[in-house]
Design a protein around this ligand. Structure first.
Ligand SMILES: NC(=O)c1ccc[n+]([C@@H]2O[C@H](COP(=O)([O-])OP(=O)(O)OC[C@H]3O[C@@H](n4cnc5c(N)ncnc54)[C@H](OP(=O)(O)O)[C@@H]3O)[C@@H](O)[C@H]2O)c1
Length: 328
């Protein structure tokens, strides 16, 4: 069988597309619309015509050049990870078909999502939920898979256990509260006063307004602490963990790596979630969304051309749920 890329009926190998690129690392002003070559799906990939793109803090970290070791110095660079759209071409061996509506996250460190088309490994996408539109589906992949991996895989949260979720009203937090409930846990969620009602509606058993209550003085013990916002750390909070409690961080730092290594053989453990997109997880999430058990909260949708404004909004750290870009 030929190893050469296979071109579909409608697409030309020299075709172009619109994309948001950066030519250097920096502030939101480095994001610009450009015309670039359209990718060609390789073996096991599909070409997705992206309709909506989810914005994540990771996109901003990449744009700032904070992970240059991984993202390199080759420009122009297309950032972004979350996509929802339609398969327009399937590479050799791909198990999705032209016309399938899909959602997913590109696992590459810099991503390639802020564009009209993305060539994505089939295992990093799945058929989109049928009960929500693609605009809402684009808000799901990275944030919800982070919450699912942190709670189910890293913390191994069990029915009847208790979990404290700090940063419960943001992109990851709104999924974490609901996924913890689906897993059968008792949820104590932490957010600001203005988001207490939202987080209650999502199913939290108890909501703490961090403006009123100092978390360090809580007289409770939790099986799991998921520090989504990342303004605490294991050493500071371990007195709130049960003797075999697990603390899951989202933000990598020297301190976090040290705590993860140091507690590897201890009863109380520190862990760091590092999200990866997997078909199995996206299917699990789709079932719960379509079953009405998992609600997706979209705060704002910006046109692709207003991507800098979308980044500025995310950088306020006040987004309630997710921020989305509309391609058309
Ligand atoms: N390691 C990984 O694989 C991974 C994956 C995904 C995300 N992350 C990281 O996880 C963090 C959260 O991501 P996200 O998408 O949820 O971010 P986000 O959507 O930007 O978070 C915004 C939320 O943060 C809350 N917040 C602001 N100040 C707070 C405080 N002092 N205490 C508690 N909550 C506060 C806000 O709620 P209020 O307005 O109510 O305060 C807002 O709803 C980011 O640093 C991101 O880089 C890591």
């Amino acid at each position: 069988m030929s190893e050469l890329p296979q071109y579909g009926k409608h697409l030309h190998p020299n075709a172009k597309m619109r994309a948001v690129v950066i030519d250097r690392y920096g502030g939101p002003e480095v994001l610009r619309l450009a015309t670039v070559p359209r990718p060609v799906p390789q073996r096991g990939q599909v070409l997705v015509r992206t309709r909506f793109i989810g914005v994540n803090p990771k996109d901003i970290i990449v744009r700032k050049g904070k992970f240059q070791v991984a993202t390199g110095k080759k420009f122009p660079l297309i950032v972004g990870h979350d996509i929802a759209g339609e398969v327009v071409e399937a590479g050799l061996g791909a198990d999705l078909e032209e016309g399938d509506l899909v959602y997913g996250m590109i696992n590459d460190f810099a991503g390639r999502a802020y564009a009209e088309y993305a060539a994505v490994d089939c295992q990093q996408v799945a058929r989109a939920p049928s009960t929500i539109g693609l605009e809402v589906a684009a808000a799901v992949p990275l944030a919800s898979q982070t919450a699912l991996q942190a709670l189910r895989d890293d913390a191994r949260l069990q029915p009847g256990q208790s979990v404290l979720i700090n940063g419960a009203s943001g992109g990851v937090g709104v999924f974490a509260v609901q996924i913890a409930k689906i897993l059968g846990a008792r949820v104590t969620a932490v957010c600001s006063h203005r988001n207490v009602e939202l987080v209650k509606e999502l199913g939290a058993d108890e909501v703490i307004d961090y403006g009123q209550t100092e978390l360090l003085n809580l007289g409770e013990h939790f099986n799991v602490i998921f520090d989504v916002f990342g303004n605490y750390h294991f050493e500071k909070m371990k007195h709130l963990l049960t003797p075999r409690g697990i603390y899951v961080h989202t933000i990598p730092s020297a301190r976090v790596f040290k705590d993860v290594a140091r507690t590897f053989v201890r009863r109380q453990r520190a862990k760091l979630v590092i999200v990866r997109s997997r078909r199995e997880q996206l299917e699990w999430l789709r079932q719960h969304i379509d079953g009405g058990r998992l609600r997706v909260v979209v705060d704002r949708t910006f046109p692709l051309g207003d991507v800098a404004e979308a980044h500025r909004y995310m950088e306020t750290k006040r987004a309630r749920g997710k921020v989305v870009l509309a391609v058309d």
